[in-house]
Structures are given as C-alpha cells and as structure tokens.
Ligand binder design. Structure first.
Ligand SMILES: [Zn+2]
Length: 80
C-alpha cells in the first residue's frame, strides 16, 4: 500500500532553504511539495502531499502570503 510519508511544513528560513534547493512549498497550506511527473503530460510538477494542490514546475513561484502591489497597475498617479 502507500508508504507512510511524513508531511513537512517548513517555517521561516527553512522555507528559503528548501526553495534554494529547488524544492517547492505549497502556496495553499505551506507543506513541502513533492516533485513528480504529470502522468498525462510528462511535465515535471510539484504536488502537495497535504492538500493535493499541484503546479507545473515551470509555473511555480513561492507566494509568501504578502500581497504585493502589482507594478502594472494603471492607478499609479500620485506615486512617484
Ligand atoms: Zn498544500
């Protein structure tokens, strides 16, 4: 059957250590994601063992939950 895998939830600097090593942290729940291949497309993907969220490796970008204002925003009058 399925092996009993421990789900890791890195915090603080550990998050960046994992990311520096090419790992991915789930943007939904913060678990360390598994690197695998999509059986249908063959693309490398990251898959969250905790909540099931998955994303193509190329598209992955760590979201630290800090809403960053978009640079493209048109309403930038008033800011210099
Ligand atoms: Zn998750």
């Amino acid at each position: 059957m399925k092996e009993n895998k421990k789900i890791i939830f890195p915090e603080g600097e550990d998050i960046w250590r994992y990311i520096d090593n090419g790992s991915a942290i789930c943007n939904k729940c913060g678990a360390l994601m598994e690197q695998t291949d999509d059986p249908e497309t063959g693309y490398a993907i990251f898959k969250c063992p905790s909540c099931g969220w998955q994303i193509e490796e190329e598209d992955y970008e760590y979201d630290d939950g800090d809403p960053e204002p978009k640079r493209m925003d048109r309403s930038n009058e008033g800011h210099v």
